[in-house]
Design a protein around this ligand. Structure first.
Ligand SMILES: [Zn+2]
Ligand SMILES: [Zn+2]
Length: 945
């Protein structure tokens, strides 16, 4: 019983009971088969198992979702009203849970506006630092720009000899055209008596009229004073009034002697830019106060290139000189181009280069006012459409992909890529702008901050700003990201780099007693880097946190304190806990799939007889980014892997140079490759395909069904059913994207969205259709007992079976199953797919319509998100492509893939300036035998298996 008698005493609170496990009972979210499991707290826990076995359902959709619900419960009443509608994890009990933070890999939070600096908050600390300690340097003079506070103005007046007579004056209008009659009338009403009009002091009540078409100056005499003790209050009031009227400028005009002008703000540059205050927002490119006005703080803007619109000027207009590689765009512009060509009588049978200059200018740059036909020019048309496409949030379609091909981003000429307005760049610290510091690597910034000489009395800046920034930077260094610069756009970070940067932010924040849930943090990491990552996870644990990791990486599994092995397969054949405990426990458990591979009970697929290829694709002298004059030779008709630690230059070499160079030679359409000297061997190739990990759709409306084209077939099938024909339904009725068939309430989205404080938006099922996306009329129509919504809720595996007699539907689904995606549902939003799943979707699309001639397939880290069991399936798919005569070039670290490769190119040895060379290339055995190759060292034990 609480008693009031104890109120005044401070007794230590009894130690709270801290459970030592997170207990989960009866978890049935998605495919989980009523899972019961106890996870030890304050430990590193790994949840593993094949794709689709239910790992994420347990870690994210049950444990994290429950943690989030409890967080929402602690929020405002308004937020709690949402609680009942938040997706409730289907679970009987979760207890022992501490506050949860999820670190996922997906694109949320990666906008063109975020950089490594904003992501890790280091840039925010830098803004505070520059705002507190920076000085404003006027670039026009190179000298310190000054300003005076109101208090300093008062002190300057009080320092004048006693008895000095003076006026406090506010310049209200400075050289502005107009008669300013309203202003003067207003001043009179407010009780001011005297003004100076163009320098002539006069009584406000009978001031002469000013001419309306000339510039004038108006100064108001706010007060007249004699310096003596006791005037302080009146003086301060007068200065405040003058500062308000004069927009920060105050003049002190003594009866005798020179007048003095004081400014509350800095004035810098020849344009008279003013800085009211050096605030952190002035230094933010994501705030209107700081963003470069020309590019809105993005640092770059698209520049459309005439040579991409007319790549071959020897062609005629009727021979396809204009936009030959962008057919969708050409079609959408055809009518307007035709009108222009006919209107100006431009000959269509003359090579473009021989057309009269006016005709070429009209086509590219547009017509002038007197030319009869109005046309903005292809350059402007393309630029405008491109900007619109980039702002759109829905799917990037074929047209927007074409538009991107015609442009290169150029550095914004106004801010030179710094993203900041000129005023912000006037703030310097030890001679550097904040943009200078953001352009440094992590290593360099650590040195800069450590060497910073803090002025006296600023000790708290060190603890409040410098130390937290350094903590985050040192972690970035520790997990192998020291080569990144703070201004690196978040959109160009790999999934793994992104997640590790967020991890550094969390460790730097030093929270205790949190449950962290991570999604495959080892993705994209060379084994060398994984070891360092594990060090950081262990540190997070040792601070007193629970770290739950969904992971396939063998090194991470071995490092875990506790492993949960899920399976045995995907979807309905998964969702069970097969084994828990240490790695040894797993190996000793017959039923554990992971255990069978780790213990060697299930052998890895046999190493293929190495294919050598008879011809080669050779890229000579690549020098982009950190590449040190690299010559890359790829044997055609093989599986070749490019390896190396993060930052060693793999993507620069394979994607940014080789891929673009080959695409340009084969199709003419490509972004500019990074510099290289020569490319040989493309004559043996017909096509090049980049199977990357970018999302297959930006909109929640794209799904595996829309992407594979199965949705079109389904709609035709339903529209052909007798009931549908009777009601006059067309295939469009069965689309939830447009048309009359979709649910009106949610416009076919199936969900309503709510914005949350501190959390991503929450979506709840639509109250009208319950998530089905369709109106009742459409849901009434059944094929073999299922309506369209029920079919979209099927997994790929189920649907392939259900439509066994409909080959046009079954075939694309069978290919999805072949690449290990049988567990996805047909209507699953593409935004929920991981990068690895998106990549395998693209791979399936390629397999479904194989290229006729020999093709080069380039894949980035295709094992992302794959369990060993899944990798074995993927290798079968890649082998099928090679056996069909194609070449597969893979950026990869996974030892199971490497031991299977025909040829390995190992880049490095280190990251950034320490990388960019080929350490060794050859068969897996040759790489393993090389003494300097980090990859070789990690690969060697796997070759014994
Ligand atoms: Zn700019
Ligand atoms: Zn609805």
């Amino acid at each position: 019983m609480p008693s009031t008698a104890q109120a005044g005493r401070h007794e230590p609170a009894p130690p709270k009971h801290r459970p030592d496990v997170i207990r989960v009972r009866g978890a049935r979210t998605h495919n989980l088969a009523s899972v019961d499991v106890d996870l030890p707290r304050d430990r590193l826990v790994v949840i593993t198992g094949p794709s689709g076995s239910g790992k994420s359902s347990l870690a994210f959709d049950t444990i994290f979702a429950e943690g989030r619900r409890r967080y929402v419960e602690s929020l405002s009443v308004a937020a709690r009203s949402l609680l009942d509608r938040l997706p409730r994890p289907d679970v009987d009990l979760v207890d022992g849970l501490s506050p949860c933070i999820a670190l996922e890999q997906n694109a949320a939070g990666r906008t063109p506006r975020s950089t490594l600096g904003t992501l890790t908050e280091v840039y925010d600390f830098l803004r505070l630092l520059f705002a507190r300690l920076g000085t404003v340097i006027d670039p026009a003079t190179g000298r310190r720009a000054g300003r005076t506070t109101r208090e300093e103005i008062a002190e300057a007046v009080l320092a004048l000899p006693e008895g000095t007579r003076l006026s406090v004056v506010a310049p209200v209008v400075e050289d502005a055209v107009g008669d300013h009659a309203d202003l003067l009338a207003d001043l009179l009403r407010r009780g001011f008596v005297r003004v100076a009009l163009d320098g002539v002091v006069t009584d406000l009540s009978n001031a002469p009229k000013l001419t309306g078409d000339e510039p004038h100056t108006v100064e108001v005499y706010v007060d007249r004073l004699v310096v003596r003790p006791g005037i302080e209050t009146r003086l301060r009031e007068a200065i405040a009034t003058a500062a308000e009227l004069g927009h920060g400028t105050v003049r002190i005009v003594p009866l005798e002697g020179a007048e003095r002008t004081f400014r509350e703000h800095y004035t810098v540059g020849t344009g008279g830019h003013r800085i009211d205050e050096v605030s952190p927002s002035l230094l933010s490119f994501n705030h209107p106060a700081g963003a470069c006005p020309a590019c809105g703080g993005l640092g770059k803007r698209p520049s459309v290139l005439a040579e991409r619109i007319v790549p071959d000027p020897t062609r005629t207009l009727e021979g396809g000189a204009l936009l030959p590689h962008t057919p969708h765009l050409r079609r959408s512009l055809a009518r307007r181009i035709d009108k222009l060509v006919r209107g100006l009588a431009i000959p269509t049978n003359v090579p473009f280069q021989d057309l009269p200059a006016e005709a070429r200018i009209a086509l590219l740059e547009g017509t002038g006012p007197g030319e009869g036909v109005r046309f903005a020019g292809l350059l402007a048309e393309v630029r405008e459409r491109l900007e619109r496409a980039r702002e759109a949030t829905d799917d990037g379609d074929d047209l927007s992909a074409e538009l991107e091909l015609l442009a290169e981003d150029e550095t914004c000429p106004t801010c030179r890529g710094t993203r900041l307005r000129p005023e912000a760049l006037c703030v310097r610290l030890e001679g550097r702008t904040i943009a200078d510091v953001a352009a440094m690597t992590v290593t360099e910034i650590v040195a800069f901050l450590e060497g910073l000489a803090l002025p006296d009395g600023q000790a708290e800046v060190a603890t409040a700003v410098v130390e937290p920034a350094l903590a985050r930077l040192r972690f970035l260094d520790e997990i192998g990201l020291s080569y990144l610069t703070l201004d690196r756009p978040a959109t160009t970070l790999s999934g793994g780099e992104f997640q590790r940067a967020r991890l550094a932010t969390q460790v730097g924040a030093g929270l205790v007693g949190v449950t962290y849930v991570l999604d495959e943090p080892s993705i994209g990491l060379h084994p060398q880097d994984t070891a360092r990552l594990l060090g950081v996870l262990e540190r997070l644990r040792d601070l007193g946190n629970t770290v739950i990791v969904v992971e396939h990486d063998v090194d991470t599994i071995r490092a875990a304190d506790f492993v949960v092995d899920m399976g045995p397969k995907a979807g309905r054949e998964g969702g069970r806990v097969l084994a828990t405990g240490t790695v040894e426990d797993l190996c000793a458990t017959e039923a554990s799939v992971t255990g069978t591979y780790l213990s060697g009970r299930t052998p890895l697929p046999a190493k293929p007889g190495r294919r050598h290829g008879t011809t080669r694709l050779v890229l000579e002298g690549a020098t982009g980014h950190n590449l040190a004059n690299v010559t890359l030779s790829v044997p055609l008709g093989t599986l070749t892997c490019v390896t190396g630690v993060s930052g060693s230059g793999k993507s620069s070499l394979v994607v940014d140079t080789l891929l673009r160079a080959v695409a340009r030679e084969l199709t003419g359409a490509s972004k500019d490759p990074l510099p290289y000297r020569r490319l040989r061997g493309t004559a043996h190739l017909e096509k090049v395909v980049h199977v990357d990990q970018s999302p297959i759709g930006r909109s929640p409306r794209s799904t595996p069904a829309t992407y594979t084209g199965v949705f079109t077939e389904l709609r035709n099938l339903f529209a052909g059913l007798p009931t549908a024909r009777m009601r006059g339904f067309s295939p469009a009725h069965f689309s939830y994207n447009t048309g009359a068939g979709r649910c009106e309430t949610c416009a076919g989205e199936g969900v309503r969205r709510f914005a949350m404080q501190f959390l991503p938006d929450v979506a709840i099922p639509c109250p009208s259709c319950g998530g089905a996306r369709y109106g009742p009329d459409v849901l009434d129509i059944h094929f073999r007992g299922r309506n369209i919504a029920e079919i979209l809720a099927m997994t790929v595996d189920e649907a392939a079976e259900f439509f066994v007699a409909q080959p046009k539907i079954r075939r694309p689904l069978a290919v999805l199953r072949d690449v290990g995606l049988g567990y996805l549902t047909l209507g699953q939003s593409a935004t929920t797919l991981s990068g690895g799943e998106a990549q395998r979707m693209k791979l399936a699309k390629e397999l479904a319509r194989p290229a006729a001639g020999p093709c080069l397939y380039v894949l980035d880290e295709p094992t992302t998100g794959l369990h060993v069991a899944d990798i074995v399936v993927l290798l079968g798919v890649l082998d099928r492509l090679v056996e069909a005569g194609h070449t597969v070039l893979v950026i990869e670290h996974d030892p199971v893939v490497l031991r299977h490769a025909d040829h390995i190119v190992d880049l490095g040895p280190g990251a950034g300036p320490e990388g960019g060379r080929i350490v060794v290339c050859g068969t897996p055995e040759e790489v393993a035998a090389h003494p300097e190759s980090h990859t070789g060292r990690h690969l060697a034990p796997w070759l014994e298996l």
